[in-house]
Design a protein around this ligand. Sequence first.
Ligand SMILES: [Zn+2]
Length: 133
Amino acid sequence: MITLKLFHVRYLPSELESGLLYFSEEYGIAGHLCPCGCGSKIITPIGPTDWSLEEKDGKATLYPSIGNWQIPCRSHYWIIKGRIKWSYQFTDDQIRLGRRNEEERAIAYYKKLDNKRRKKTIFWRIVNSIFKK
Ligand SMILES: [Zn+2]
């Protein structure tokens, strides 16, 4: 059973220690080392279009799962109440799909935001330029 202890910080340190989930509430970012042991640094932005981090009794739950298709080990797991729960390994198709879902989630969020404001902003143009490559 691999566990990650929630560790509140203001800034993420450049060297992360295994077994800790660093979280900067101020900057909306969390980081930990890949629990497979490969030593890769996993950074998860925390926010409405990124991951949500719920803290209960000093233990963190992240949603959704963390899929590290960008690093060689391609690990995929959940962090639930400070514990690592392994998920299935990605296939190449799922990796493509995962990327698309992330983009759709972000686009849906910004669209909603944009409708609320009822005016075109430079923000929208930036979002479009990011996702329409
Ligand atoms: Zn790994």
